[in-house]
Unconditional design. Structure first.
Length: 421
């Protein structure tokens, strides 16, 4: 009996944990982090960058193979007829010839030369990685912007539902009082028009929320037609952007500069002498005498020494230097913009924090006024115009808070994902 009870308890606990896991998983689909991760997974641009880095790594293997031993199989056969003295000179062609063999060749390159070329490929990988990180930052900001817009329209929709709930409750009381001739029919009609206007606004805000939600899913690469409330976007209380030297932009400039410096070194190596050794072995014969003895081999060496190319080397190095100077100017401008954006956004965040605190204090009095007017409206102690005005004031204050909060979220998003155009 005890063992049966233990099994039942264990089964219950397992089912509870399993159900909780599914619940957490389902809830996680309404968070900012879910949309960010999904967008990165579905992004073809990020996939392209990953493939580019993989391709560059393959280039590194290809480069090592290029300067290794190259083995090729070769075969040629030729026949030059000479009829009654007409035809190619047999002294040159031997009439017919056959070659079949294996050729091995290798270009000799210094270790420093090879390492420089490999470093160039690594610099290309670093460039692609830097661009990928900038693309991730841009994508994160874009998705977060749309998530904030979705959450803001959701909050506006919720406020309208709250006001309509209040008006619906008041409508029940006022309708009975109007039917009993205690409440003026004109005042009740004014109230009814206000209620219907708010109901129409609610439908419009619902459409806005669903439209923003659909756009969020579209940007994230999600195919889904369900609409569930999203959670509040979370940001760190104290956002500390990285110093410019540690930012993705500085790293991108560093990668570009290393690539340009590496290109200059490769240009120098391209104008150094090149030595190539080769060897072949097989069968080569003209079939004139003892063709069965024409198996053999040969070895050779080739040297290429650059002498004059119209000063192309000098011009290539000048172009490379100009590119370096251009990058430095862009770096200086980007650094100034980066620092100025941090100062500007930080100042705006402080301003909107203060505005939200002030609006939250005002809304306490606006709620109290609406509640007091709602109680006194049926008795005639408060005019319908004053009641509607207090409702509109409450709506306006709540709308302002949503607007200020949305701007604050957007500012924090800009500070978290600084984008320099």
């Amino acid at each position: 009996m005890d063992s049966l009870r233990a099994c039942l308890i264990q089964s219950f606990l397992f089912s509870t944990l399993l159900f909780s896991g599914f619940t957490i998983k389902a809830q996680s689909k309404n968070t900012l982090s879910y949309f960010l991760e999904t967008a990165k997974t579905n992004s073809p641009v990020l996939n392209d960058f990953n493939n580019q880095m993989m391709s560059n790594r393959i280039d590194s293997l290809k480069l090592r193979a290029t300067y290794g031993f190259i083995v090729t199989g070769e075969g040629t056969a030729g026949y030059a007829p000479n009829i009654k003295g007409w035809g190619y000179d047999n002294a040159l062609t031997n009439g017919q010839s056959l070659f079949a063999g294996v050729r091995v060749a290798k270009e000799f390159i210094s270790r420093n030369n090879l390492n420089t070329r490999l470093a160039g490929i690594n610099a290309s990988i670093a460039q692609v990685l830097a661009q990928k990180n900038i693309s991730i930052q841009t994508l994160n900001k874009q998705i977060t912007d749309q998530y904030i817009a979705t959450y803001a329209s959701q909050q506006q929709y919720n406020v309208s539902k709250e006001i309509i709930h209040l008006l619906d409750q008041e409508d029940i009381v006022l309708k009975k009082l109007t039917q009993a001739a205690v409440f003026k029919q004109a005042d009740y009609l004014t109230f009814k028009v206000t209620l219907q206007q708010n109901q129409l606004t609610l439908e419009q805000q619902k459409a806005d929320w669903q439209n923003n939600y659909s756009l969020l899913k579209y940007l994230s690469g999600i195919v889904d037609d369900t609409f569930e409330p999203v959670e509040k976007p979370l940001f760190s209380e104290t956002l500390n952007p990285a110093s410019f030297d540690q930012s993705i932009y500085a790293k991108a400039f560093q990668a570009d500069s290393l690539k340009l410096a590496n290109n200059a070194e490769i240009i120098q190596y391209d104008y150094k002498p090149k030595i190539t050794a080769f060897s072949d072995s097989g069968y080569q014969s003209s079939f004139t005498t003892t063709p069965y003895k024409n198996f053999g081999m040969s070895v050779g060496i080739g040297v290429t020494i650059p002498i004059y190319d119209g000063h192309q080397k000098k011009m290539l190095l000048q172009q490379n230097q100009l590119s370096l100077q251009t990058r430095r100017k862009y770096l200086e401008q980007t650094q100034r913009q980066y620092q100025q954006q941090i100062l500007q956004i930080t100042n705006q965040i402080e301003q909107y924090d203060r505005m939200i605190k002030t609006a939250n204090q005002q809304i306490i009095y606006a709620k109290t006024l609406v509640e007091a007017n709602a109680k006194q409206l049926p008795t005639g102690d408060v005019r319908m115009v004053d009641f509607i005005l207090s409702i509109n004031n409450l709506l306006s204050l709540k709308g302002n808070i949503i607007q200020y909060t949305t701007i604050l979220f957007n500012l924090k998003n800009q500070l978290q994902y600084l984008i320099i155009q």
